[in-house]
Write a protein of this length. Sequence first.
Length: 262
Amino acid sequence: MIDLKIFSGNSNIPLADDICRNLGIPRGNCLVSQFSDGECRVEIKENVRGKDVYVIQSICYPSNTHLMELLIMIDALKRASADQITAVIPYYGYARQDRKVSPRTPITAKLVSDLITTAGANRILTVDLHAGQIQGFFDIPVDNLFASSVQLPYIRATHGNHDSVIVSPDSGGVERARAFAKRLGAGLAIIDKRRPKPNVSEVMNVIGDIKGKKVIILDDLIDTAGTLTQAGEALYKGGARSIWACCTNTVLSRNAVSRLKE
């Protein structure tokens, strides 16, 4: 029997159950609820003293609630004398606020890293951080896993590389798109995007040859889908034969789903 426990917030139970099923262990028993005023309440319902504990929790919508659940679960496990606490955060929320973009603005990604460390986490495991340098915000080990090990074989099997072009939807994703294009033997294109304010993007032009090609937009995050849909429109106008999208973290907030359907 593996001497570890896996816990999760209510919204992450299906993922935690899948992991436990593959490991052949039961999911940890805990109560995650709210008081009438909205405060998060956590109670660990079993003994975790000396155990190696993993907490599965994405910081997705509603971000503040899920972040507080994560912090309180970690604190509860620490006070219950868990030996090692690993926070498994498939989607690290607040990662887009990783630097000062204008005067008098916070670096919230650093604040969140401090909160998680102070709560008592010993290690972080996440997938495709929006910015790799966020690993340096932590004073504890961070494992930033890459979804490319799943995405590359799928793209190669379903789309091949003949007349395919990997598209970065903005300048920040060029390195990722270039790595995919190189390993697939495909072309590379870049969307020149301006963002006048948060969650609002304006596509200016497409850099690269996409006319008559099958294009695959590669991104780490789809939030409101504004970037993705505008990139699709620009690629369509540029003469792309077909347009596909590949993404790791699909937050899909607000009207993202209806926007994508349209």
